[in-house]
Design a protein around this ligand. Sequence first.
Ligand code: SF4
Length: 370
Amino acid sequence: MPHDPYKALYLHLPFCVQRCGYCDFTTRAVPTGSTEIDEYVEDLCLQIRRKAKEGELTEVKTIYIGGGTPSHVGTSRLSMLLYTLSLSLRLEPDVECTMEANPESLTERMVRDIWALGVNRLSIGVQSFNDSLLETLGRAHSADDARRAIVAAQERFENVSIDLMCGLPGQSANNFRASLEEAVSLGVTHISVYPLTIEKHTPFARMVACGQLEEPDDDIEAEHMELAEKVLGQAGFTRYEVASYARPGFESRHNTAYWTGVPYLGLGLAATTMTQNSNRRMRMQDGQVTDDLDARQMAAEDLMLGMRMSRGVSDERVAAASALLPDVRTTFEELARDGLAVHEHGRWKPTRTGWLCGNELYGRLFNLAP
Ligand code: SF4
């Protein structure tokens, strides 16, 4: 279908050194020397060149190289990928280009090379600064590896993000607080905080089923999420999205694109593409349509995604949506009455309770156009 230009590009590298016990991402443990990785990266480069030729990359403003573990594929393959990108689109400093890396495979040499080739934001999968929790998670790195990787990244990158997990088996509030405080003292600029979820068909799901692992406790997760807001807020971070904290000016522009209805192209195994025009929005994965929304459903989805962010949605956006969704204003008023949303300075914003009861908040907005 004729579609609006893609503004964001996602590239998926589905390889890891080993599989973590909780992970259900599209990735496999493949040795770094495997020719399978060579073939995959070469094919990805061809896909990028093809899309560039078709004129699909001219308006891309953010790039995200995710996985899997992109740093696991090594410096020379990453250099080939980044060189291809630089030939295929405008990879200038104003284009946010993020790469994910894990502590066990991020080297000083890699930091220098990817920086020189246009990556300007690194997102490091730390998860915790506690060795025993890292072992429980099945991570391939220690807390010291994570500290070393962050310091190495900061040799070139001002914009360094890390992921931290909360609600882990055996993780006390003090233990989680220690990881938050260490992240702050290491000087990272962005932190994503995720509660553990038990996904089907993972080793963790099997361990929960046979009683070897306790199921995550909602109250503990909520307590940890509130602790993150408190500790990081005091340190000067803003919670700009339900799970994302940034120092001013370091909010992820790529992730913000996902939450604001910006069309994106995904290349690589299981990468999602979101393509749209004013009447229709489709998501596709590996050539299969996974979502097909009409204009009403798009409007409802935009409101729902907007409420993931602390800035929420503007009155203008709600007024525009009401042409398609006549109940929208009543729904926001009901959300406010139930303490899930608040109206402030011409915007509807989520409350802390709204974020804690996210399924309720997002579900009621999405149900405006079932
Ligand atoms: S490193 Fe990340 S992508 Fe790889 S198995 Fe672990 S959680 Fe999954």
